[in-house]
Design a protein around this ligand. Structure first.
Ligand code: SIN
Length: 485
């Protein structure tokens, strides 16, 4: 194992990690990422865009209200206010980097998604927004003199000293390990969707940063709150751990309708916002209809010739599976999409472990409450990543703690078969509709076969424990056995 020294280590090459790295200038940063230029991150797959109150008559206060209503009031109000008021500045910073947002007649084109009472979603390249955003940030990072990027690597252990972090163990594609000493580490490793059988997240999003942080003594928060997107492309692909293509909510914002197998409107009479009701409600409705053995379709045939230009990503995914969305409805299923819970942090990304920070989906500062509002996730990575980077740039960084060194490592992972079993287990027990009996049975199963499931199983048990501890339904955590459900 070779040793190197660097003042600030950022783990994760999605929007949050890239934003921290950029904003930390002039402080030297080592950015460690699995893929080059954000490849393999959930950010690059995002279709929905970035929410910002930049339209005529819209206000940050209205954005705050919608965020808190979607979050079932479980949000940290202060964190939400900061997110919404900083959103227009985040857009302006991206424009200054050269990112071209979609326009209509000289004005930003503003879309609408579930839970929003105003048109406030900006896109770049239609539903290719995440990919364009990641490309713009990655280029800025490449051009920045203060960031060294090392891609094709994973972090599988933290070196602790006394009560603080002292370094990370980096493993390359050949499995060779190297120690990078650092008294300041930012985890921006994304979410856990890859632990579920149906997911829109990259297969690698299995919570390694969350598991490492928890093992190092950081506190978890709101771990039971997993968001399920109502509309992923329903593909029959047993044993394939890859993501299901997302069928963006912006389609419903553009007039697409959810229908049951008999062609009846799925959300009729269930919520004043109909097809654009908050995501947890729509996902549960789709789930329940599918559980009854019916199909669910998204009909966006009215878009006709606009399909390839306005929604190129969904259009290409449909065509790749023999569906022509301009002529026929799209089969959809809910899928694990975003983890509201994570490592508990303050708004400066500090976990309780000295020098260990977390930001983006791996973190939980309470901004999303019990259910994230659509298009607030890229925004969170941009706003809180920038904030953390600026803190790192302008404040003296915490020094390494004193004391003995000790490694905290993930240890063995679940192998391919066990990982597939785990994904099926969590999808049925910890999916859009949960109950105590199934949660307990899933936990017992993982406990009894702990060696097979490795660190993935330990993390899954922590998620199940959190879901068991919250006996009542709230936001995306829905217990069918709770009174009043
Ligand atoms: C979508 O495009 O429907 C997803 C947007 C988001 O997750 O915020």
């Amino acid at each position: 194992m070779s040793a190197g020294r660097t003042p600030l280590v950022v783990v994760g090459g999605g929007v949050a990690g890239l934003s921290v790295a950029l904003a930390a200038a002039p402080r030297p940063v080592l950015l460690l990422a699995r893929g080059a230029d954000g490849e393999g991150s959930a950010s690059a797959l995002a279709q929905g865009g970035i929410a910002a109150a930049v339209g005529a008559g819209d206000t940050a206060a209205a954005h705050v209200r919608d965020t808190i209503v979607a979050g079932a009031g479980h949000n940290e109000t202060f964190a939400v206010r900061y997110l919404a008021t900083q959103a227009p500045r985040a857009i302006a910073r991206l424009q200054a980097l050269g990112l071209q947002f979609d326009h209509d007649g000289g004005r930003l084109r503003l879309g609408r998604e579930g839970g929003h009472h105003a048109d406030r979603i900006v896109h770049a390249g239609g539903d290719a927004s995440g990919a364009r955003l990641v490309a713009a940030l990655a280029k800025a990072v490449r051009d920045a003199g203060h960031v060294e990027v090392r891609s094709g690597v994973a972090v599988d252990a933290l070196l602790l000293r006394g009560s603080g972090v002292a370094g990370v163990r980096v493993r390359d594609g050949r499995g060779d390990a190297a120690l990078v000493e650092a008294a300041n580490v930012v985890l921006a490793t994304g979410g856990i969707g890859g632990l579920f059988a149906a997911s829109t997240n990259p297969a690698g999003a299995t919570g390694s940063g969350l598991a490492l942080g928890l093992a190092a003594g950081a506190r978890g928060r709101d771990l039971e709150f997993m968001q399920f997107h109502p509309t992923a492309l329903a593909l029959d692909r047993a044993n394939d751990a890859g993501p299901l293509p997302l069928v963006t909510e912006a389609l419903r914002g553009a007039g697409a309708r959810l229908l049951d197998g008999q062609g009846r409107p799925l959300m009729a009479g269930l919520h004043p916002l109909g097809d654009l009701a908050p995501r947890d409600l729509v996902a549960r409705r789709v789930w329940q209809v599918l559980q009854q053995g019916d199909r669910v379709w998204l009909d966006a045939t009215h878009l006709g010739d606009a399909w390839p230009t306005h929604f190129p990503t969904v259009h290409a995914a449909c065509r790749a599976h023999g569906i022509d969305p301009a002529r026929e409805p799209i089969p959809v299923t809910p899928a694990a999409h975003f983890h509201m819970g994570g490592l508990a942090t303050d708004r400066d990304g500090r976990t309780g472990v000295h020098g260990l920070h977390a930001v983006g989906e791996v973190a939980c500062n309470g901004v999303h409450g019990a259910n994230r509002l659509a298009s607030n996730s890229l925004l969170e990575g941009l706003v809180y990543g920038h904030r953390l980077g600026r803190r790192m740039a302008t404040r003296s960084l915490p020094r390494a703690s004193r004391g003995a060194h000790a490694w905290t490592s993930l240890g063995p992972a679940a192998d391919g078969h066990a990982r597939q079993r785990l994904r099926t287990l969590l999808w049925s027990a910890l999916g859009p509709v949960r109950n105590g009996r199934d949660l307990r049975a899933a936990r017992q199963h993982l406990h009894d076969d702990a060696a097979a499931y490795g660190w993935h199983g330990r993390l899954a048990m922590q998620l199940l424990d959190a879901a068991l501890a919250r006996g009542a339904s709230l936001g995306a955590h829905y217990r069918s056995d709770a009174s009043g459900s």
